[in-house]
Ligand binder design. Sequence first.
Ligand SMILES: [Zn+2]
Length: 321
Amino acid sequence: MHMRLIDGKVLNVLTGTKSTQCCPICGVTPTKVLEITDFSSETFTPKLGALKFGVSPLHAWIRFLEFVLNISYRIEIQKWHIKGDNKIKMSTRKKYIQEKILKDMGLRISMPKQNGNGNSNDGNTARRAFANTKLLSTITNFSEALLNNFYIILIAISCNYYINSEKFRSFWESTFCLYMQTYPWYPMSPTIHKVLVHGFQINNSTLVPLGCLGENASEERNKMYKKDRLSHARKNSRVNTMTDIFYRAIDSSDPLLSSVCLKERERKNKKKPLSKEVLSLLELSSTESKDSCEYENDSQSDSDSDYNIYYIELEEEDEVI
Ligand SMILES: [Zn+2]
């Protein structure tokens, strides 16, 4: 058994990473990330056992978008740390980009949500933004080639198919080098570093495709907790409230109960065909991969109904996965 349904904070605790700025897998600091241009540097050697926690593809979408935006806010100043007059410069540009994205793409970026739960940067915002890399690149002034590579990488780590280990490494390495050449003044955030540098290591150390280890199922539960607390928990003490929510979570995540209406929920999932670029990175010839795809489709059942699952358009003679 491996813990896979975890987010960044839990990963930091499990791997003993004290700062959120450091990479949870190898512990490298942002200043070092900026200095090292070699993809296979020894500093990037993973800590013992750190690779078994998966790549957290769902959060990666959001972190990648925020990373692109953070660079875009600084693109005129070309500095990581913002001081003095540059602060005003950056906040003006930030406002301009937020308004432009809202106007041209209809997406609310880094704005507080109306119900007070965090901000508007969720998985759907990120997916919609990356779906139109050309427009996003025009608005943010961020390199379009890099945006395209990021998009391909994000889909590849989110889909339920095996990625070819050699192609994985060379594509990720070329993206890493392209980034280091284009933006040498801004260090990769821990998530970008984790996906780009340790992605292939995590891929090699897992038995199932990376997308199958997504945190979709645990994220999906977040909205249920609110409903359960409101309608299905005693409210005479905090302990009783928590106990009832906990029991209900255990009941409703029971494999038998969660398989009810599975087909219906699967039908409702929006699916998108994979692009040629992503397909060229995948390993599809072996029969084992097809078997595991079917299996993983079952475990996708808990995912959000409006969450896009990427799939492959099959030839007519193939069995539909
Ligand atoms: Zn690292």
